[in-house]
Design a protein around this ligand. Structure first.
Ligand code: UD1
Length: 344
């Protein structure tokens, strides 16, 4: 058995897939989650997929003492993957202080507790949102950080700085910042996936909910962008591929392979796909016809962004391997499974 890893937000969408991949590669996992945007039965499903039940602590990362107790109760945690965060862009504009408190204080608590409990490394969930609309595409890690479009995006930028400043101050910590592009899809078993609260804000959950009849119609936000078909372009990355990047990042930290104490990697496929291409791909991959209409642009949307993943490919040794067809089918199978389970 490899060392013990703490995964905050481990019952969430990306967190749950990552827990399974960590277990598959021999790590022992402790999950901390306040279940604000997930449910405890995710732990059961993780166990069904991996055959191993992870330790689960229902604690809020804002609760410093509660987190301290988690470390005492699970001695020997060697590294942390910090997913726990609020992530709805629109909500962050309405409730900026909630976002700044949740996302910043959670990370600060984790970073303060790490040296106390001799935790060596942290992998932080960052986002391509830090680039805004890049001047050059595909975007590399050296592209300038643009002013954030939302408090949510700003928390990602500030948190990257918090990690860098903490390490620069001499804290005995190594860090890897992973900048995710657009994670989509679900586990091939259809036991894990994305389960948004209320009306989905992101494209794929809205799309699959429309396809299954929960929503009447998908609105495509804008077809007058400066792109070949006029709709926005994104780099859609399979969630299992993304989860595997975390395992490699943890290996890298624990095997002392880092070139610098803080490293940053784009986690994307390197291929941009437009919203309309994605819809067509979904229809072709699943045989399901989608009811959609073109509407006006959504405020704050980036026109086009996709990754240059060379650094992740060559230095981290990670590469996206899943096809977009399989990924879209997995998202659809997950939606079908939710109906079977009577959830949505
Ligand atoms: C946003 C955030 C990103 C965050 C991600 C997950 C920004 C700039 N981006 O990504 O940081 O990690 O959410 O929370 O803050 N679309 C439609 N119809 C819909 C929904 C979406 O046409 O009903 C389009 C959007 O206009 C966009 C694309 O689909 O062009 C992807 O949207 P979405 O899934 O919301 O992700 P992002 O906005 O790219």
């Amino acid at each position: 058995m490899k060392p013990k890893i703490l995964v905050t937000g481990g019952t969430g969408y990306i967190g749950s897939h990552t827990v399974v991949e960590l277990q598959n590669s021999g790590y022992e996992v402790v999950i901390v989650d306040n279940l604000s945007n997930s449910s405890a039965d995710v732990v059961d499903n993780i166990e069904k997929v991996s055959g191993i039940r992870p330790a689960f602590e229902m604690v809020d990362c804002l609760d410093f003492n509660g987190m301290n107790v988690v470390f005492d109760k699970h001695p020997g945690i060697k590294a942390i993957i910090h997913f726990a965060a609020s992530k709805a862009v629109g909500e962050s504009v309405e409730k900026p202080l909630l976002y700044y408190r949740n996302n910043l204080v959670s990370l600060i608590n984790v970073l303060e507790l790490m040296p106390i409990h001799k935790v060596e490394g942290i992998v932080f969930s960052s986002s391509c949102t830090v680039y805004g609309q890049p001047d050059e595409l595909p975007v590399t890690e050296n592209a300038p950080i643009k002013k954030a479009e939302s408090p949510y995006g700003n928390t990602k930028q500030i948190n990257e700085e918090i990690v860098r400043d903490t390490v620069a101050s001499g804290a005995p910590i190594s860090a890897i910042l992973l900048r995710y592009f657009n994670p989509i899809g679900a586990h091939p078993t259809a036991l894990l996936g994305e389960l948004p609260n209320g009306v989905p804000q992101n494209l794929i959950p809205y799309l699959t909910q429309t396809a299954i009849g929960i929503r009447e119609q998908l609105s495509v936000f804008g077809d007058d962008y400066d792109t070949p078909d006029g709709s926005c372009i994104r780099d859609f990355i399979n969630v299992v591929d993304l989860a595997k990047a975390h395992v490699i990042a943890i290996d890298r930290i624990l095997e002392n392979k880092q070139n610098e104490t803080v490293e940053v990697f784009n986690i994307g496929t390197g291929t941009g796909l437009s919203v309309l291409e994605l819809i067509k791909g979904f229809e072709e991959a699943t045989g399901v016809k989608l009811n959609y209409k073109i509407v006006g642009r959504r405020a704050g949307d980036i026109e086009k962004v996709w990754a240059n993943p060379d650094l992740a490919n060559n230095v981290l040794g990670w590469k996206a391997v899943e096809t977009i067809e399989d990924t879209l089918r997995s998202a659809w199978n997950w939606q079908l499974k939710l109906r079977e389970r009577g959830i949505q």
